[in-house]
Design a protein around this ligand. Structure first.
Ligand code: HEC
Length: 147
């Protein structure tokens, strides 16, 4: 009878650990991960919607360079070209900004978010963006992630 009694405190600690570490870290752009999509939706509203639009619609005339040589923010919905890129590029673009990804000297208005957002938060935002694409677009984009 002594054994189970001794292990009780250990079990309590194990349970506590399980609860505090219960949430899996978000490490991918996964539109089927509801928790990631919900977190991403909030973060998108706070950090991205100003330029890319409340409904992911982008800025007007987004294909036409402005007077300062930058492009307006493109839509992130299926009418844009976000889904033409694989997950890793979308992640790098968000973390490093246009300046971190485009050829040197390119004029870009896309800021880097590596200082303001954790990797997990960036993956959550991308999960949300992908969740807004029609299923056939999601499937076509996912083929770009295969090696
Ligand atoms: C200040 C305006 C601005 C904000 C805020 C902004 N973007 Fe952008 N974003 C742009 C512009 C402009 C481009 C167009 C490409 C370029 O000029 O580098 C762009 C392009 C992108 C691209 C690559 C282009 C593509 O294929 O769609 C991604 C991905 C992207 N933004 C994600 C985000 C995410 C995620 C957020 C929020 C965390 C965000 N952006 C916030 C302006 C912005």
């Amino acid at each position: 009878m002594a054994k189970p009694l001794v292990s009780l405190p250990l079990m309590a600690i194990a349970t506590l650990l399980l609860i505090s570490c219960g949430e899996n870290p978000i490490t991918a752009a996964d539109p089927a991960n509801e928790r990631a999509v919900n977190i991403g939706e909030t973060l998108y509203g706070e950090h991205c919607a100003d330029c890319h639009g409340d409904n992911l619609q982008g800025q007007p005339d987004w294909k036409v360079r402005t007077a300062d040589g930058t492009l307006p923010a493109p839509p992130h919905d299926e009418t844009g070209h976000t889904w033409h890129h694989n997950d890793q590029l979308l992640f790098s673009y968000t973390k490093l900004g246009g300046a971190g990804v485009l050829p040197e000297g390119t004029n870009t208005a896309m800021p880097a978010f590596g200082e303001d957002l954790s990797d997990e938060q960036i993956w959550a935002i991308l999960s949300f963006i992908k969740s807004r694409w029609p299923i056939d677009v999601q499937q076509r984009q996912s083929t770009l992630n295969k090696p």
